[in-house]
Design a protein around this ligand. Structure first.
Ligand SMILES: [Zn+2]
Length: 459
């Protein structure tokens, strides 16, 4: 216990010495209890400052912000006209990288970062130390919602190829982890042997919280249940970097006997939103992020209606990302959360744009619908659903019994039922093809994609 306190003090000391993280944190904590209206005014102020800065200092925005029409009579950004600023795509960032840099960049402590993600080409963008401090503050606050205070023990089930430099880790980063009371378990390749060793590590370290890739902790949870293993129960499990489907939450909570908190974020803009202890949706960190959810025609989606998420990072002044197309789909909650927070509530993030299927009349289909068709079938071990065209879906299946020789015959009724259910959503003309395979490979980032849509989208 005394060790825990020492580490908390050390961790706080380290944060004090590294800029404004703790000051930001208290601002965030205050702002979450403002009324919805006050939160909106706060966002409007932050947007106004950012727009003014971008127009004056960033060449790209000098050409792309309709500066004469965007403010209201009080000189604040008119939120109804905000959508007249064009969407910022990854393609535009690549093409206009230099024009997107602020003229005052040399006065900042800036660095380059790269988008993660399991799909597409990564994109390079610029951040500075103040952005990093805000990101840290948001993380700390979200951790707090899940019951983890600064310095409390955490196991991270995390890691992509780029984090796999196990032997090359610097002394500084190792000491940092020790001070922050973190144990990192890499998820890039998780064999049964490795998973067993991870369970043992969790049992020995007894973390207050486990922070994990959705799919990795889901795999580990299934492994624990299948092998009836004893595992230490943390106070909470924070999941990120993937879509959390309801059945996954069920399995993870059953294996660890701890509540799951869903967190949404990305490398480009940091953590955006997280569940509070009521689990009614994900509260958006309003002082740092302005979120829009759009229909295909660019108009705003209604609560409950799935659309494309567009994000404005309110703290990045070195390379402002205004109306950034993050390539995720999601929807607004229909109700307010009962916790009393004034921060707007996302009902769910339903998946990547490239994981979202489109019907012939361009209606996005929530992936959860397809997931549950497969998940509760005990003859299926793994699956992957690929939309090749509006009315062509291919499904790869790894059987539980891999020696089964005539799967088309044996599972005829089951397959027919899946086809029927898919046609209800995708249209009667939709063709569904099955392929029985021995293995489904993870993408280079180490994430396994259940759903792939190869439909070309509007840029
Ligand atoms: Zn809440």
């Amino acid at each position: 216990m005394s060790m825990g306190n020492t580490k908390e003090k050390l961790a706080r000391l380290r944060l004090h010495s590294s800029g404004n993280t703790l000051e930001n944190l208290s601002q965030l904590e205050e702002s979450q209890w403002l009324t919805h209206q006050q939160v909106q005014i706060l966002q409007q102020k932050h947007l106004t400052n950012l727009i003014n800065h971008a127009y004056e200092n960033v060449p790209y925005y000098q050409d792309n912000i309709p500066i004469k029409s965007i403010f209201d009579a009080k000189g604040l950004v008119d939120l109804r006209k905000f959508s007249t600023i064009p969407i910022l795509t990854k393609k535009i960032i690549r093409k206009h990288f230099d024009q997107l840099k602020s003229n005052h960049l040399q006065t900042l402590n800036w660095y380059e970062n790269t988008s993660g993600g399991s799909t597409g080409e990564p994109v390079v963008f610029i951040q500075d130390s103040s952005v990093r401090e805000w990101e840290q503050s948001v993380k700390i606050l979200f951790d707090k919602w899940s019951g983890r205070l600064i310095g409390d023990k955490q196991v991270r089930l995390w890691g992509s190829e780029r984090d796999l430099l196990v032997g090359k880790e610097s002394m500084r980063s190792q000491v940092g982890k020790w001070m922050r009371n973190e144990v990192w378990l890499n998820t890039f390749s998780m064999s049964d042997e490795i998973m067993l060793s991870y369970v043992e590590k969790i049992n020995t370290f007894q973390p207050l919280q486990i922070l994990a890739y959705v799919e990795s902790i889901f795999d580990l949870a299934q492994f624990i249940i299948k092998n009836k293993l004893q595992v230490f129960s943390p106070k909470s499990i924070m999941v990120s970097a993937g879509t959390l489907f309801p059945y996954m939450r069920e399995v993870i909570e059953a294996a660890f006997k701890a509540p799951v908190f869903n967190r949404y974020g990305s490398r480009e803009v940091g953590d955006i939103a997280c569940e509070c202890e009521r689990h009614k949706g994900l509260h958006i960190s309003s002082p740092t992020h302005f979120v829009e959810i759009l229909r295909e025609d660019g108009s705003s989606a209604e609560p409950g209606e799935v659309g494309e998420i567009v994000i404005t990072s309110l703290m990045n002044y070195g390379m402002p990302l205004i109306r950034y197309r993050i390539e995720d789909m999601g929807c607004w909650a229909e109700d307010f959360c009962s916790c009393g927070s004034g921060w707007p509530l996302l009902k769910e993030v339903t998946g990547k744009v490239t994981d979202t299927f489109l019907t012939k009349d361009h209606k996005p289909v929530n992936a959860v619908y397809f997931e549950f068709l497969f998940y509760y079938q005990d003859w299926i071990r793994k699956f992957q659903i690929i939309q090749e065209d509006y009315e062509l879906i291919k499904i790869n299946i790894v059987l539980t019994d891999m020696k089964q020789e005539n799967p088309f015959e044996i599972y005829h009724n089951e397959l027919e039922k899946i086809i029927k259910e898919i046609k209800i959503v995708m249209g009667e003309k939709c063709v569904v093809q099955f392929d029985f395979v021995l293995k489904i490979n993870a993408s280079p980032s180490g994430k396994y994609r259940f759903l792939i849509s190869n439909i070309k989208r509007n840029e």
